[in-house]
Write a protein that binds this ligand. Sequence first.
Ligand code: PHE
Length: 343
Amino acid sequence: MEEQFLDLKNSALSLILDTESLTELEEIRIQFLGKNGELTLLFKEVTKLSAEEKPEAGKVANEVKRIIENTIKQKSDELTKKGKSKHQSLDVTEPGIKPPLGHLHLVTQAIREITTIFGHIGFTRERYPEVEWDWYAFTSLNFPDDHPARDDWETFFIKQQPDSKMGPVVLTPHTSSGQVREMQKKQLPIKMLNIAKCYRRQSDVSHTQMFHQFEGVVIGQDISITHLKGTLDYFVKSYFGKDRIARIRPYHFQFTEPSFEVDISCGICFGKGCKLCKEGWLEMGGAGMVHPNVLKFGGIDPQKYTGFAFGWGVERILMMKEGIQIDDLRILYGNDLDFLKQF
Ligand code: PHE
């Protein structure tokens, strides 16, 4: 009986290994494993054996069946693969394999869009140090040494001996540190756009320790609040859409006088007040007329020149832009591809 099984195995294997066609392979399968196949019939013989002979013969029978099935499977895979590659080399219409394409981070996209919008009205993009002297970040912006308003900026300090004039070294907490640096270039009129990383000691759903601001500064003759308001309106309509408007509210900053908070009308209710915005307006950031003391620090005569400045968070306006709702700002920097791929 075992002999018969082994003979059957040998003849099946040689047929399987010899064939070059899937149809023929299927015929071989039926010949051995089909309902009336040779192996199936032999299995039936096993059931007729005595109780002592049965287990041993059954074992061999199963082993032979397993080997034949496996060999058929292997051969079938091999023939399918071969068939495909032959097919591919001929089929020039088959679509190619696209390599995965990445794209710019959504904060980078926003920075580029902001740059383009301000570029259209003559602003030039500038960059200033991220690791900055306290003097540029605060003192030159009209903050006396021990003024409590310094605390509003929750600054990171670098471990380094402070300089007698420039003070300690900090991670710049706002893009306003570029204001006096720009004035020191002594090229008037000024129309700069400073977009940079800023750092503050705060981390929660609406703050990351590293974030981006974009700061506009315009200085020249007869620059007034009207110019500031016009620029804000232009930006708001270009970035958020034609239907949105900006408003300014009195506020306080050390480096601007007068100072304002800029709000933008809500994209859902357009200023009427709704569930999302409550009051109809969303807070966008600070602005104001450059303080005469700051002009003096920058070597500019405040009797001859005036200017305005504004500074807003890139991530903040990105969140406010219609269609993008982010519950937790920190996801922007979480490297979660499922999130980032959407933009
Ligand atoms: N630097 C201010 C801030 O970080 C914003 C601001 C910029 C205010 C320019 C007025 C003028 O909050």
